[in-house]
Design a protein around this ligand. Structure first.
Ligand code: ADP
Length: 868
């Protein structure tokens, strides 16, 4: 190190403390990067890599960005998950002895960035911390620095729960102790794509005692303490906008694991990972950014308390019915700025006069909003209205101080209103009087000299001057006109009086600019005192906005208010909210869903693309909408309050990939099976499809039996294994339903309509026939199918001794394989041959009302074939 120049030595010393960040090293008007940082930054930012002498034998790689456009480059790096340490010169280079002193003034990281492209208006930017207590207990805390929100919880479950919680909040960065469980660490990076930061200190600075005073648990304090220490170390400034830490319990909300959240496309779609096409996209009729963020939080955390849900639904109903009031409310909300983020920027000292102007405009809407809410006549609305604090004192302050259209810069004056500050008014008077005096002087001089074209002008070098054209010079009388500048066709003069006034004006203007800046900074300081009240107000406004959003969407899309039952699902004419919107409401076929005692498990069969998975998702989305307090896309909906929703819904693209996808399928299935309760909703779409037929079918059946016998969760299970429909005879809670299709002018038309009973078994061949494949080919297919079925049967016959043994052990039914289980039922029908039993089963399961004559003939043909 000794061989490097003192400045490079300084650089290296600072860089050693910020090894995991790009060090933006201020050098005059540039932020420079050196060594590896320079090489990496030039690649990431596509800027030229150069080099410089640094005292060593080899030149040092270097690249830099101009100070004034650094924001954009910082944004790019932070958005890609990097950290940027901003190192400024902290003494005046002119007075520095030796190398100018430099210090890192802020570490900008993905979880602590306050502004820029990475910050979405309607999304929180969460930083999280994880602490581990023993093997399976974790503390998780969240902070959004832009809004000042803080939450903390303790999870005593599996590591999966930690990842779930982090993923749900879309964290960008997670602060952990070095010693955190390796598997959790890896999952944070892989599943949440979050940046990892290490922080070991957990003690809480006295300055923050008020925001944690209600946390009476050591684990909560340690977890939040880690987060807080990281924030202090990176921000190096006052964090007095941090709000009281909310201690929550994950079991307070409906739990939807991360797989299911993705599968149901609640806040982003599977394919594009964007908001468009998600439930959030469909619902988002919020007007304010705060309301938008709250809506997302509500979707991520549906309620499970009946009374809480009813409160929201009551408000939605009131707002839905009172169209004009809602319309007024929406208009008023349009002028409400992001108060919560503004409070954060006030705390950071980042607001300009325009921001304060917008704050004033926002606050001016509040009394009217309060009035509308009050007049809704609903009890909860009344309470909300009473809680609204219009901050009249702040409105007054801003109203009297800030001009209507202030400039962006706070350093050029023209910000503060007349009448707000006496000294300022005096300077302004002086300046205005001086200007009037000069304007009058032009008139006087013209009269005195008789030169009509005489004018008074101003430039930066000579200040004010009297200009007389060359042709008129002769009329200028003797006097104290002093020649200052000669132009090609005119001369410019000054007079002592003019200069005297000029000095007064300039002095006043200089003072005005300085004073306006000082007054502005003072106002900005005063606004800091209002931060907690602004944050409280923004909470209420965002709630009102989210509720009006539900009311608006419910009215627009003809949703109805759900009601709740203990154990029953009764959905009449339900629709998938997003598919319905995307495809055009007229074409969407509504479907019912009935589930109650005796039918907790629906086995859904039907051809591909007939609408099975849409139907299943629709049931889950209706349940989630109901529990976030929104009306639902159905003519009528009675639902239990679900504690959890699990899904395994294959995306088309993972059906073609291999082993690892099957592993994901099994992991998702496991997750449901381990955690689901009687109050849960399970959606399994084509489970077992990712492996060989028998293997898959066996697993599918075993899973169904397990859910049926051990969990009792409401379950929708779609399958293309037609054989599974026989389970209806075996499992009292299982009912077959299918998606129907008809033949129309020789073509199969999917009706997308869910009907009772199993789908036609030989559907594929039937469809092939309708498609007019050669009849010899169709007959051959039937033959092959039959042979395959007989093959199965022979196989089962051979295994009979094993099956008998298992029959005696019915208690262990969950461990039966598919073949064993089906044969069990068959054996109960005594006196018939195996083939005859099969025929009986088949005839029993026919749904004659839905069969075309062609179907019937086909079936008869099959029956006859089987028996001969
Ligand atoms: P499956 O799971 O049976 O393969 P999907 O649920 O993926 O079928 O549905 C396939 C397509 O059918 C959907 O993309 C949608 O366009 C259409 N569809 C599904 N359900 C309906 C419905 N109820 N009404 C109208 N179209 C539907």
């Amino acid at each position: 190190m000794a061989e490097y120049t003192p400045m490079i030595q300084q650089y290296l010393r600072i860089k050693a403390e910020y090894k995991d960040a790009f060090l933006f090293f201020r050098l005059g008007d540039f932020y420079e990067m050196f060594f590896e940082d320079a090489v990496n930054a030039s690649r990431e930012l596509e800027i030229t890599l150069t080099s410089r002498e640094g005292g060593s034998a080899e030149r040092i790689p270097m690249c830099g960005v101009p100070h004034h456009s650094a924001r954009n480059y910082i944004d790019q790096l932070v958005q890609r998950g990097y950290k940027v340490a901003i190192c400024e010169q902290t003494e005046d280079p002119k007075s520095a002895k030796g190398v100018v002193r430099r210090e890192v003034v802020q570490l900008i990281t993905p979880g602590t960035v306050m502004e820029g492209k990475g910050i979405e208006e309607k999304e929180n930017n969460f930083l999280a911390s994880v602490s581990q207590f023993g093997r399976d207990t974790f503390g998780v805390a969240f902070n959004d620095l832009t809004t000042g929100e803080n939450r903390v919880t303790i999870l005593t479950g599996t590591k999966h729960d930690v990842i779930n919680e982090l993923y749900s909040n879309g964290v960008k960065e997670v602060v952990i102790p070095e010693a955190l469980d390796e598997e959790v660490k890896r999952s944070i990076i892989e599943s949440c794509s979050a940046t990892i930061s290490i922080e070991e200190t957990t003690s809480i600075d006295h300055a923050f005692s008020t925001i944690v005073k209600h946390l009476n648990d050591e684990k909560l304090l340690i977890t939040f303490g880690r987060l807080l220490n990281y924030l202090q170390k990176t921000q190096k400034r006052s964090l007095n906008h941090l709000q009281a830490v909310i201690h929550y319990n994950a079991h307070q909300y409906m739990r939807i694991d991360l797989y299911s959240k993705r599968n149901l496309e609640l806040t982003e779609t599977i394919r594009s990972k964007g908001k468009k096409g998600s439930l959030l996209w469909l619902l988002d009729q919020t007007i304010t950014a705060m309301g938008g963020r709250l809506l997302k939080q509500w979707i991520d955390r549906p309620l499970i308390d009946h009374d809480d849900i009813q409160l929201r639904l009551n408000m939605v109903e009131t707002l839905k019915n009172q169209y004009f009031e809602r319309h007024d409310l929406r208009e008023l909300l349009k002028d409400v700025y992001d108060l919560e983020r503004l409070a954060g920027r006030v705390a950071f000292g980042n607001v300009n006069a325009r921001d304060l102007m917008q704050l004033r405009k926002s606050l001016e809407q509040i009394p009217a909003i309060k009035k509308v809410i009050h007049e809704l006549g609903n009890e909860y609305a009344g309470n909300l209205a009473n809680k609204i604090d219009s901050l009249e004192d702040l409105t007054m302050l801003l109203h009297s101080s800030i001009k209507e259209n202030p400039p962006l810069s706070i350093k050029d004056g023209d910000i503060i209103k007349d009448g707000f500050n006496e000294t300022l008014d005096r300077y302004r008077d002086a300046s205005r009087n001086g200007k009037t005096w000069i304007a009058n002087l032009e008139k006087e001089e013209r009269e005195k000299t008789g030169i009509k074209s005489l004018k008074i002008g101003y430039n930066k070098i000579f200040g004010y001057y009297i200009e007389v054209t060359r042709a008129n010079l002769q009329y200028l009388p003797e006097g104290n006109y002093e020649r200052k500048q000669t132009l090609s066709n005119a001369e410019r003069f000054i007079t002592p009086e003019l200069k005297e006034k000029e000095a007064l004006i300039l002095e006043a203007e200089e003072k005005i600019i300085q004073l306006e800046y000082d007054i502005f900074v003072d106002i900005r300081e005063q606004v800091k005192d209002y931060i907690p009240r602004l944050q409280l107000l923004s909470k209420i406004i965002s709630e009102i906005d989210a509720l009006q959003c539900f009311a608006t969407i419910s009215e627009e899309r003809h949703y109805s208010r759900p009601t709740f039952s203990e154990n029953e699902i009764f959905i009449k004419d339900g629709r998938h909210p997003v598919v319905e919107k995307v495809m055009n409401s007229q074409e969407y076929v509504p479907n019912d869903c009935f589930m109650k005692d005796g039918r907790h498990l629906l086995l859904i069969t039907g051809p591909n693309m007939s609408g099975k998975s849409t139907y299943m998702r629709q049931v889950a989305l209706i349940a989630i909408l109901a529990q976030i307090g929104c009306f639902v896309p159905a003519n009528e909906a009675v639902l239990p309050i679900f504690d959890q929703v699990f899904t395994r819904i294959g995306a088309a693209d993972d059906l073609i990939s291999g082993q690892s996808t099957f592993m994901v399928e099994m992991l998702e299935a496991k997750n449901a099976i381990v955690h689901a309760t009687q109050k849960s909703l399970i959606l399994f779409d084509e489970i077992g499809r990712g492996t060989s037929t028998y293997d898959g079918m066996a697993l599918a059946q075993a899973i169904i039996e397990y859910i049926h016998d051990h969990l009792g969760s409401k379950t929708l299970f779609s399958t293309h294994y037609h054989e599974l429909t026989d389970l209806e005879n075996q499992l009292p809670q299982l009912t077959n339903v299918h998606v129907s299709a008809i033949e129309e002018q020789g073509k199969v038309v999917f009706l997308h309509k869910i009907k009772e009973g199993a789908a036609d078994k030989s559907y594929g061949i039937h469809v092939a026939e309708l498609a007019e494949l050669p009849s010899s080919l169709i007959n051959r297919a039937r033959q092959i199918l039959e042979q395959l079925e007989q093959g199965d049967q022979k196989k089962s016959e051979k295994e009979e001794p094993v099956e008998n043994k298992i029959e005696q052990n019915q208690v262990e039914e969950s461990q039966l394989s598919f073949f064993e289980a089906t044969t069990n039922t068959n054996l109960k029908e005594e006196g018939l041959t195996k083939k005859e039993k099969q025929v009986v089963q088949m005839v029993k399961s026919l749904n004659l009302l839905e069969m075309t004559p062609l179907d019937a003939i086909n079936k008869l043909y099959e029956v006859q074939k089987k028996l001969t």
